[in-house]
Design a protein around this ligand. Structure first.
Ligand code: ADP
Ligand code: MG
Length: 336
């Protein structure tokens, strides 16, 4: 099998979109020519991002091919969600050590499963030989001027997060035998690590209210620091910080069952959560919660899709808990 047969067999998916009008009219030329030709609707801006997953670095070598395909797209879609953008198209650069049909079939199925869920079309790519690596570039659209940024948080804004935090970190610890979990808990957390859900639906709701937004990929404290730093840049006088109520950090059942100190460490500093962290101006909070409720979000973190308010933006640099103890990415021994 040559490269062209491989692309035709695993990465030419016209069928997945032909039955719906989604995307069909904005793809002028897709896989098969020298480049794709895409049409952005009037008054829309293009939002684009790329992320690479390297075997042995971003996922363990024995990760299932389905999960690799799913996650490679998920982490990119999460970036679009953080920008408040609607997924439109993506390209795939695949570096393969060999042509393994079983692996390619499963990889393609994982990728396609999430692509169909998210309504994003594969419009091109590149296939090369070498150590396994997957680069995906996503393209999304947003109404001109409406993209969400990491900057924009103001003193008094309420800090929100979607879903639960720390599950992926616990999943990784479980895979690496650093913790012992029940089988059910291990499956749940490993699923969150390997097949994270990009918060696209939540993003469409957040985008009309949030002053700043980021997806949590490096850990809550790290990513909150990005929001604070970027928001401080707009004005040299600003010294924005954050106060976090640790009792409000949303934890899944498996996290609640492990040592409390350890669960907070996973939730605050663990990576790979792909939840959205965002700020809502106090004046918009009631309306935001009302819209969230009407849209079926109950505002309690028992619902995995819900939003939790975990704190407030302050005008004092740094991140502290409710007792004014400093929280940083390395130490919070006062939790115990
Ligand atoms: P070129 O040599 O002109 O760069 P290629 O032979 O690399 O073209 O690719 C041929 C077509 O197949 C192009 O439309 C390209 O976008 C598409 N393609 C290549 N690899 C992939 C892939 N892994 N997934 C999707 N489309 C791909
Ligand atoms: Mg060419």
């Amino acid at each position: 099998m040559n490269e062209f047969d491989l692309i035709a067999r695993y990465f030419t998916w016209e069928d997945s979109f032909s039955s719906s009008d989604k995307n069909s009219s904005n793809i002028i030329k897709s896989v098969g020519d020298d480049a794709a030709v895409l049409a952005l609707a009037p008054n829309q801006q293009l939002v684009t991002s790329i992320d690479t997953l390297v075997s042995g670095v971003h996922f363990p070598k024995n990760t299932l091919a389905f999960d690799i395909g799913y996650k490679a797209l998920a982490v990119n879609l999460s970036d679009l969600a953080a920008m408040g953008a609607k997924p439109e198209w993506f390209t795939l650069a695949l570096t393969l050590p060999e042509i393994n049909h079983e692996w390619l079939g499963e990889f393609s199925r994982g990728l396609k499963t999430l692509a169909n869920e998210a309504g994003i079309a594969l419009v091109g790519g590149d296939t090369t030989s070498g150590p396994l690596a997957i680069s995906i570039q996503v393209m999304g659209s947003v109404e001109a001027g409406k993209a969400l940024y990491r900057c924009g948080a103001k003193q008094g804004d309420r800090i929100y997060v979607t879903g639960t935090l720390g599950d992926s970190a616990l999943g990784l610890a479980s895979i690496q035998n650093r913790v012992e979990l029940t089988n059910d808990d291990a499956v749940l957390c490993e699923q969150r690590l390997n097949c994270p859900t990009p918060r696209l639906k939540e993003s469409t709701l957040i985008k009309d209210f949030a002053s700043a937004c980021i997806d949590v990929s490096d850990g809550l404290l790290q990513d909150l620091t990005h929001i604070l730093n970027q928001s401080n840049l707009s004005d040299p006088e600003l010294t924005l910080g954050a106060e976090i109520d640790l009792s409000k950090i949303p934890l899944s059942e498996p996290l609640k069952r492990i040592d409390k100190q350890q669960s907070l460490e996973f939730a605050l500093t663990g990576g790979d959560d792909y939840e959205l962290l965002f700020t809502i101006p106090e004046s918009l909070e009631t309306q935001f919660l009302e819209v969230a409720k009407v849209s079926g979000y109950v505002g309690e973190y028992i619902n995995e899709n819900a939003f939790s308010c975990i704190g407030t933006i302050t005008n004092e640099k740094g991140i502290v808990d409710s007792n004014n103890n400093s929280l940083n990415t390395t130490g919070f021994n006062h939790f115990s």
